[in-house]
Design a protein around this ligand. Structure first.
Ligand SMILES: Nc1ncnc2c1ncn2[C@@H]1O[C@H](COP(=O)(O)OP(=O)(O)O)[C@@H](O)[C@H]1O
Ligand SMILES: [Mg+2]
Length: 297
């Protein structure tokens, strides 16, 4: 909305036809000034993904901005998880998955044959939908990554503490580091998984619906944490919770799925990508507007 509309029309008056009023006002203290174009850490160019013969995702072009949170939203089955998994070559591990197009990280193609997928996944870490701590102690969960990759750390104890502090979990676990991770609540387990991811010093953190199994309080802890982590990391999050996308993300990519006329198979595509405040207040595509106003999906 332009500044004039706010001053000339009284809310609720006939002048205020609300034609350009936000559909879903992002309830955010997250209205940062962003550059119009993200300064890209990662980029997808004409990304297509197939599972066997099934064309799951069609021609996605996206840029993920440094120290920004980018949300991927859209109805179930539109390919959000598929796209996210492409960003750290997790689809390499999915039988039948094939990726075409380019995924660049600091300009380099992560699918280049000379690139080590393990190193890709260290730089571009992932947090899953359901907290998946290892059957180990809290300490050993966080120390796992640095140990496995032989990371040089001055002092493992303080490294583990740092990761737990960054994940806003330290105060809750500092007296029980040797206890099993399974004794923690769901929300604590998810923050532990975030601590485990950041312990190997990634650059980008991918999160696939990280709050979908959590209660509202645990969810708000994770959302606060994401906003803090944005200072140090680039975050890409899949969420089906639009309020969450509105609350935490800087930019939003809206996907949908289009059925193939002959097979009926639904192929995912990117409809619109913009600053979150624009997507939620003034989207340019009808399909985005229908989705965020709850008329579809
Ligand atoms: N491992 C897989 N094998 C075959 N098809 C898959 C696989 N994973 C996802 N799909 C299909 O790809 C499409 C996109 O799925 P997904 O990326 O999980 O969507 P979203 O995360 O948006 O719900 C869906 O039709 C889904 O059934
Ligand atoms: Mg998914």
């Amino acid at each position: 909305m332009g500044p004039n509309t706010a001053t000339t029309a009284k809310p609720g008056s006939v002048d205020d036809q609300s034609v350009d009023a936000p559909l879903l006002e992002p309830q955010v203290d997250n209205q940062r000034d962003l550059p119009p174009e993200p300064s890209g850490v990662m980029e997808c160019e004409d990304l297509n993904v197939y599972y066997g013969d099934f064309h799951a995702v069609h021609d996605v072009n996206l840029i993920f901005g440094r120290h920004e949170i980018t949300a991927l939203i859209g109805p179930s089955g539109c390919g959000k998880t598929t796209v996210l998994r492409c960003l750290n070559r997790m689809n390499d591990l999915v039988a039948g998955a094939r990726v075409a197009g380019r995924v660049a990280y600091h300009g380099a193609d992560i699918y280049d044959s000379k690139v080590d997928a393990i190193e890709v996944r260290r730089r571009i870490g992932m947090v899953f939908q359901k907290p998946n701590p290892f059957p180990k102690s809290i300490y050993d969960n966080v120390a796992y990554g640095p140990r496995v990759i032989g990371m040089e750390v001055d002092d493992l104890d303080s490294h583990v503490e740092g990761a737990l502090r960054d994940a806003a979990l330290w105060d809750e676990v500092k007296d029980k580091l040797k206890q099993s991770a399974f004794g923690l609540s769901g929300g604590q387990q998810q923050r532990l998984c975030i601590a485990r991811t950041i312990a190997t010093k990634p650059d980008v953190i991918l999160m696939d619906e990280p709050c979908s199994s959590l209660d509202p309080i645990a969810t708000s802890h994770i959302e606060d944490l994401m906003v803090d982590l944005r200072e140090q990391y680039t975050i890409i999050i899949v969420t089906h919770n639009m309020q969450q996308a509105a609350r935490v993300s800087d930019r939003t990519a809206f996907f949908t799925a289009r059925p193939d006329e002959t097979t009926g198979n639904r192929t995912g595509l990117l409809v619109e990508f913009d600053q979150t405040k624009t997507i939620f207040s003034n989207p340019s595509d009808r399909r985005t507007e229908a989705y965020i106003s709850g008329r579809f999906g």
